[in-house]
Write a protein that binds this ligand. Structure first.
Ligand code: FES
Length: 576
């Protein structure tokens, strides 16, 4: 990125007088030799490392490899922390803070003397948060995700992080597993550094970053502890220096064509529904026109090629050894399903990057001709009087017999209300019931948590029922499964029709027709709407207040309204 013919960082480190002295002198307290201020590219390494975000805890070591690459290529690397969002610990949900990470990282990148950035992420929200930030600043950037954990191993079988949690919980409730076995199993799922190794949201978003062209080929799949993860990180350090010199920026890489590629790759890998929200938010930062309906239209002719949990059998380690994302993308390119010319951080098009990508295991990565699941089995977008702003359902994680379903609603205003009675043998529920869980949207919870796939009522689990239709304005973990309609918009807390459903109402779900219908007439609904009272605000101050007052609905990416768009990298005023 050049400014008046020089690198942006020379405004700081090349300055004369008191200001230049201040910029350089305090940096020299770290023991850097003076040559680092000779006008070479300054590369920020944004790391979301934290012991409170276990999926990202190894990123400080990944950063060391990036630094090697930056030094090798003649740059000056400087690591800095960005908000670490750990999916498993943060309350009420890490999603409440994705936009805060994006805002923090954006400001840090802009305010500091950086010419380019390497983005180190891993756990679910850190990847989209950093991509949103990089999009709004538009300095040359390369992402390096931390890589998945090794496969979980329990009693001789592979177990997937996240996905196994739901199964173990059901088995415990149904009496198929003891509490002692469950405690032991906890230690078997997450047994190495890295993010969840199912095709959950973290693996999905790592794949999206690669499909968008923002990280190097194979970056999404090398396990976190694999030497090639660190080799890739070193390569990324070299690459970003080149991007600075060529002035190849995120806005030139993450184009409409790149987003179309990402949406199609998401369908091919059986990726998380959370990709919908995150890709919409990233596109919003870039001014790329992208709508909820694009996800349905673009995914319809893409078969699922990857046989990974939660939709399939295998895990990310298997995916890596089978050939990783490039093997999938090669299939799609050869079938004419991707824009092969979409440029990436390698400087080449996606098609050139994957032209020779081999597949070593057709059990894990199938072909377009003989896919794992047929075209049109990915995420579907639903509309109807219950979701005028749209809703989504992950077909590949649903039960086929429930994709067309009519049932009576059983309504709860929170997951807690539901769980207070879900074990009651007298609960008036059967396998045809449609569970409605609401006030879980961006404003409602707040933060739109992954609570939508509530566990089935105990009496149904004990009868062997494994799935039922659930409808919610929240999200679902990418590691989860079930026939769950998600992201219903407008959400209940915004006065959407979901707030007007009453227990006993008939609801029809017709995924092939892409419809979600509340069988209540418009006059009755108007009466209910007039009587509806919005919930009390969650907070009178701080981030939660700002978030609730400005968050957009799920179908718009759930960014804050004033963060949509970009501000570039220029800061004309000096600090001294
Ligand atoms: Fe961090 Fe799953 S909890 S990726």
């Amino acid at each position: 990125m050049t400014v008046n013919g020089g690198l942006r960082s020379t405004q700081w480190f090349g300055a004369t007088g008191r200001a230049g002295m201040a910029h350089r002198s305090w940096m020299r307290s770290q023991g850097f030799t003076p040559e680092v201020f000779d006008g070479r590219p300054v590369i920020g390494i944004a790391t979301t490392w934290s012991e409170l975000a276990p999926c990202n805890v190894h990123l400080h070591r990944v950063a060391e490899s990036v630094k090697r690459g930056v030094w090798q290529a003649g740059g000056f690397p400087l690591e800095f922390p960005a908000m670490a969002l750990g999916e498993t610990l943060l309350r009420p949900t890490a999603m409440l803070y994705r936009n805060l990470l994006a805002m923090e990282a954006e400001e840090l990148m802009r305010a500091n003397p950086l010419d380019g950035v390497v983005l180190l992420s891993g756990c679910d929200k850190t990847t989209p948060g950093l991509l949103m930030a990089a999009a709004s600043v538009d300095l040359p950037a390369v992402m390096v995700t931390g890589g998945p954990m090794l496969n979980g191993k329990y009693q001789g079988t592979d177990v997937g992080s996240g996905t196994a949690v739901w199964r173990f919980e059901e088995d415990l409730v149904a009496g198929r597993m003891t509490q002692e076995e469950c405690w032991f199993a906890e230690g078997c799922m997450a047994r190495s550094n890295g993010h969840c190794m199912t095709m959950g949201t973290a693996s999905t978003m790592a794949s999206m970053a690669e499909a968008l062209g923002m990280q190097l080929p194979y970056s999404a799949t090398w396990p976190a502890v694999d030497a090639r993860r660190y080799e890739t990180a070193q390569r990324a350090g070299q690459v970003v220096v080149g991007l600075v010199l060529e002035d190849l920026r995120p806005s030139m890489i993450m184009t409409r064509a790149a987003f179309e590629n990402a949406i199609r790759v998401n369908a091919a890998i059986g990726g998380s529904t959370n990709a919908v929200i995150h890709l919409l938010a990233i596109a919003g930062r870039l001014g790329v026109p992208l709508s909820l309906d694009d996800f349905d239209v673009l995914a319809r002719d893409v078969p699922t090629l990857v046989n990974l949990q939660p939709s399939g059998a295998y895990l990310m380690e298997d995916f890596c050894y089978a050939g990783g994302l490039p093997a999938v993308m090669r299939e799609l390119v050869d079938a004419g399903l991707l824009h092969a010319g979409a440029v990436t951080v390698t400087g080449s098009g996606i098609g050139a990057n994957v032209a020779d990508a081999p597949c070593w295991n057709r059990e894990v990565i199938k072909t377009v001709a003989e896919p794992f699941q047929p075209a049109g089995s990915g995420t579907a977008v639903l509309r109807g009087n219950l979701a005028p702003g749209g809703a989504v359902i992950k077909q590949s994680a649903s039960s086929p017999h429930l994709l067309k379903h009519r049932g009576r609603a059983l309504v709860f205003d929170s997951p807690a209300d539901y769980y207070a009675v879900s074990n009651d043998p007298g609960l008036d529920v059967d396998e045809d019931t449609v569970l409605v869980i609401r006030y879980c949207g961006p404003r409602g919870y707040p933060g739109m948590p992954e609570v939508s796939n509530v566990a089935l009522p105990r009496k149904l689990l004990q009868r062997g029922v494994r799935d039922m239709v659930r409808i919610c304005d929240g999200r679902m973990s990418g590691t989860a499964y079930g026939t769950v309609v998600l992201h219903v918009a407008p959400e209940a807390a915004a006065g959407g029709p979901l707030a007007l459903v009453r227990t006993g109402d008939w609801i029809t779900l017709d995924v092939p027709a892409r419809s979600l219908t509340l069988e209540v007439g418009p006059e009755e609904l108007a009466g209910r709407q007039a009587a509806w009272q919005p919930p009390a605000p969650h907070a009178s101050r701080g981030w939660t207040r700002l978030y609730c007052e400005h968050v957009l609905q799920a179908g718009q990416g759930a960014d804050l309204d004033f963060l949509v768009g970009a501000s570039g990298h220029e800061v004309p005023k000096d600090s001294h």
